[in-house]
Design a protein around this ligand. Structure first.
Ligand SMILES: NC(=O)c1ccc[n+]([C@@H]2O[C@H](COP(=O)([O-])OP(=O)(O)OC[C@H]3O[C@@H](n4cnc5c(N)ncnc54)[C@H](O)[C@@H]3O)[C@@H](O)[C@H]2O)c1
Length: 268
């Protein structure tokens, strides 16, 4: 029987790992004694102290949309970490801009689909195929509550529904190869994604109001669920998307009844 991942430590690649949820995943894996290769197009705002983790943390500047660059990054990171990679987390992606379909530019539609769907497909194709060849591994993709619920960010929701579908198809495709493929669907999480350039002063109170837990989620909370899906503790789970959303999906039917606070005593 092959060695389990909990026996030998995680050794993972995180796309988009210089910021937000990806950076939280990198920190958590490093804290727990694992190894991380970070692939990102922009390390200028990277919060992980890469140099202090020499030998356990490698990084490569590359785009998830460049298949050859992802392939090179895989080899570079496996060499730098000096061990086989056994996990992939796909966090890279650009924030969407809300607009009605009448004025929603085709270029914006393509940009979002490329960033979130193609940008998940290419690392899955390159790195997932390597994991399948090695006969073991776990992949976690980033979906969103907007994969399951409507919103004014058309291409973003469509791309994230695509990520859910891709996750299911690859999970079945690689099930016998020892590679598991799952996804998480975060609700609104406090990262730079919520306040992209030009929207730095965005009012986040409507988001907090729409979340039954009445708060933004932290990147660390999402990372904890991703860690579970990477580890052998979840070895029976493949092909699922786990909402990590503070109740957003469950709570969407309450609005017509007056919102979450119609029974004031129970919400105290
Ligand atoms: N923050 C939220 O509220 C939220 C909610 C649901 C889902 N998500 C998803 O979680 C993932 C991570 O989001 P985040 O909040 O950490 O965002 P973030 O903006 O903090 O980080 C995204 C990272 O991806 C990198 N990136 C973008 N395009 C890239 C490319 N082509 N190649 C390599 N790197 C690239 C950016 O440089 C950045 O470091 C995204 O897929 C996002 O859609 C976020």
């Amino acid at each position: 029987m092959s060695e389990s991942i909990s026996d030998c430590q995680l050794s993972i690649i995180v796309t988009g790992g210089a910021s937000g949820i990806g950076a939280a995943v990198a920190e958590l894996v490093l804290e727990r004694g694992g190894y991380v290769g970070i692939l990102d197009i922009d390390f200028t705002k990277c919060s992980t102290n890469l140099s202090s983790r020499k030998g356990r943390c490698a990084h490569v500047v590359a785009s998830t949309l460049d298949q050859a660059a992802v392939s090179d990054a895989w080899s570079q990171m496996a060499n730098a970490l000096d061990r086989p990679i056994n996990g992939l987390v796909n966090c890279a992606g650009v924030p969407p801009i809300p607009a009605p379909i009448e004025t929603y530019e085709v270029s914006e539609w393509s940009r979002l689909l490329e960033s979130h769907l193609t940008g998940t497909y290419i690392p899955c194709k390159v790195i997932g195929s390597e994991l399948a060849r090695l006969g073991r591994g776990a992949i976690v993709n980033l979906a969103s509550v907007l994969a399951f619920r409507s919103g004014p960010v058309l291409a973003y929701g469509a791309a994230k529904s695509g990520v859910v579908s891709l996750t299911e198809s690859l999970a079945v495709h690689w099930a016998k190869s020892g590679v598991r493929v799952n996804a998480v669907a975060p609700g609104w999480t406090e990262t730079p994604f919520l306040r992209p350039p030009g929207r730095a002063d965005r009012d986040l109170s409507p988001i907090i109001d729409a979340t039954p837990q009445k708060r933004l989620l932290s990147p660390r909370e999402i990372a904890e669920v991703i860690y579970f899906l990477l580890s052998d503790s979840s070895r029976a789970i493949t092909g699922v998307t786990i909402p990590c959303d503070g109740g957003v999906i469950a709570g969407s039917g309450w609005a017509p009844y007056g919102g979450f606070d119609i029974f004031p005593s129970s919400s105290a």
